[in-house]
Ligand binder design. Structure first.
Ligand code: PLP
Length: 379
């Protein structure tokens, strides 16, 4: 099955009870048993639920995996991966990563004796300097947030294999429409399904997808033992979202391109970050591992003035000023005062998050309206 068919049919059969084409919402905690232990595959909804199960099969299908797991949030999914580790273990992670992931690593798991090394992975050769006998996991996010750096998954996977270390890729920004990390050598794919997979800004959810049976069993054990599962209503919404993932992503990419090109030529705009621009520092890697370049675009004004950037985001009318990304509607954010406000200015500027940086999650509205909105706001 090709990707555009998998989003609609992957892992899904009409429901056994009445042939419902769409997996019903099994809003139940428990299931009748004919005799103790005599059930039809479901006994308690933390352990398994038919709606969630349909979604987990869909996740596995679209990522070319074998096993999928659905969690109550993206962070709950990352939390489950970290529970594979023990005190004394070490993790080599991307340095430019989602703030909530950084917080989970440093404020929770460092307390449990796990050591994290945050490394610039533009050059994957750096990774090996941080690997030792205790290293158990390499954590990669690509494209990164908000600078849209691209990390070479194939060469990172080679390093992981050589040292017998797990490689996990946060594929939230790319989605499996653009990039399939398991095919590139990763062991675990993680998603905040809150973003593009759900796609309509109406749920919070996480996903893990793997191929290895033993790894799947260990992660399932953690999911069931720790309990951060998603509910059946949210599983239904995510399944509905995934059915249009390929169509939405096409438009996100087209609109992303149009806006990146517009901003790149704008006399008041300085750096524009979109991996599809030929002058993007990682354009060649993006081209080799992604189908297209997505709908996330970041830019800074030439004057690099904090107040000027605030004025721009306040003036936007179609772009909503909000956190999050990946929905059908366009959003704008100002990392220095919003998502990255807790990071000291000198620290954030090291990774390029200057005062005037604005991050756009370009939606699937009409391109001309979006450009007109940016035009009136930037002036
Ligand atoms: C949002 C996000 C997360 C966290 O997911 P939640 O669903 O908010 O818990 C992790 N990684 C990336 C790249 C994200 O954008």
């Amino acid at each position: 099955m090709k990707f555009n068919t998998k989003t609609i049919h992957g892992g899904q059969k009409p429901d056994a009870a009445y042939g419902s084409v769409i997996p019903p919402i099994y809003q139940t905690s428990t299931y009748a048993q004919s005799t103790p232990g005599g059930h039809k595959g479901y006994e308690y909804s933390r352990s398994a639920n038919p709606t969630r199960h349909a979604l987990e099969k869909s996740f596995a299908s679209i990522e070319n995996g074998k096993y999928g797991l659905a969690f109550s949030s993206g962070l709950a999914a990352i939390d489950a991966i970290l529970k594979l580790l023990k005190p004394g273990d070490e993790v080599v992670s991307t340095n430019d990563l989602y703030g909530g992931t950084y917080r989970l690593f440093t404020k929770i798991y460092e307390n449990f004796g796990i050591k994290f090394h945050f490394v610039g992975m533009n050059n994957t050769e750096h990774i090996e300097n941080y690997i030792n006998a205790n290293t158990k996991l390499i954590w990669v996010e690509t494209p990164t947030n908000p600078m849209l750096n691209i990390i070479d998954i194939v060469s990172t996977a080679k390093i992981a294999k050589k040292h017998n270390v797990l490689l996990a890729v946060d594929n939230t920004f790319a989605t499996p429409y653009l990039q399939q990390p398991l095919d590139l050598g990763a062991d675990i794919v993680m998603h905040s399904a809150t973003k593009y997979l759900g796609g309509h800004s109406d749920l919070v959810m996480g996903a893990l997808i793997v191929r290895d049976k033993d790894l799947a069993d260990r992660l399932y054990f953690i999911q069931n033992a720790s309990g951060a599962v998603c509910g059946p209503q949210d599983a239904f919404l995510a399944l509905r979202g995934i059915k249009t993932l390929h169509v939405r992503m096409q438009r996100h990419c087209e609109n992303g391109r149009a806006i990146a090109m517009y901003l790149d030529k704008h006399p008041k705009i300085g750096n524009v970050y979109w991996p599809g621009l030929e002058h993007h520092p990682n354009h060649a890697i993006a081209k080799s591992q992604m189908l297209n370049y997505g709908g996330m675009v970041s830019f800074a004004t030439k004057g690099n003035n904090y107040e000027e950037a605030i004025k721009i985001v306040e003036k936007l009318k179609i772009f909503t000023l909000a956190e999050s990304l990946g929905g059908i509607e366009s959003l704008a954010g100002h990392p220095a005062s919003m998502t990255h406000a807790s990071i000291p200015k000198a620290e954030r500027e090291k990774t390029g998050i200057v005062d005037s940086l604005i991050r756009l999650s370009v939606g699937i509205e009409d391109e001309a309206d979006l450009i007109a909105d940016l035009k009136q706001a930037i002036g």
